[in-house]
Ligand binder design. Structure first.
Ligand code: ZN
Ligand code: ZN
Length: 223
């Protein structure tokens, strides 16, 4: 597993299986938050790296969305301890297999029903998770979230975009994206937040992504 220290409080853990699959470990005062978990086979390696880097204890997991390359290792990571797992409430029925994702014919159970908790508070706002502030960015999936780390000025973008090797913004993977025009529109979050660094699950990280957004949107909006 490749580990990159992308900002003072954030590590990006990746493997390569024809494309990169990544997740993030975020240091907090009380231990560690994982953003996504990668595929099932990554569970053991993630625990090893957390140990090696002395980042623990693992306190919580937050999910950008329910696809199996983001939720696969949840059970392994929780095998020893009942750490909480959070996601957007719009996403939970799809990951629990209650309904098929809008671009799929069949529903599949990607997480054990009842395990994942909603990030929505009684007033309808989303709760922050330690240093991370979630933003709903639908399109790739209906309840896709990105997480902004203000102190480090880093946006953890999940599958909101992919990127070229040279760090050019690209669309999320079309085969797995439910609503591409909406995903492209949701990408405008980078203009709102203007993070110094955008980190992606399936691609090279991008400095100052807001400078590229207009060209990106113009290219893909109508496709
Ligand atoms: Zn995805
Ligand atoms: Zn993905």
């Amino acid at each position: 597993m490749q580990v990159r220290h992308i900002s003072p409080n954030i590590y990006k853990l990746s493997i390569w299986i024809g494309l990169p699959i990544s997740l993030w470990a975020v240091k907090e005062e009380d231990g560690l938050t994982l953003v996504d978990t990668g595929i099932k086979q990554m569970g053991k390696g993630i625990l090893k790296e957390i140990d090696r880097l002395k980042l623990g204890p693992l306190q919580r997991i937050v999910l950008t969305h329910g696809h199996p390359d983001h939720t696969g290792a949840i059970e392994r990571l929780r095998a020893d301890r009942n750490i909480p797992v959070y996601a957007h409430p719009l996403e939970i029925p799809y990951m629990e297999g209650e309904a098929p994702y809008p671009d799929k014919k069949k529903a599949s159970v990607l997480v054990r029903p009842g395990l994942v908790q909603s990030l929505e508070k009684a007033d309808g706002e989303l709760s922050g998770i330690g240093s991370l502030k979630p933003f709903l960015t639908p399109g790739h999936t209906p309840g896709h979230l990105v997480f902004y780390h203000q102190e480090d000025d880093v946006l953890l973008g999940g599958d909101l975009f992919t990127s070229s090797r040279k760090g050019k913004l690209r669309r999320p993977i079309p085969l797995f994206t439910a609503n591409m025009p909406l995903a492209v529109a949701s990408g405008s979050i980078v203009k709102l937040l203007q993070p110094e660094l955008l980190s992606l699950c399936h691609g090279t990280d991008i400095r100052q992504p807001h400078k590229q957004y207009d060209i990106y949107a113009e290219k893909w909006e109508k496709k």
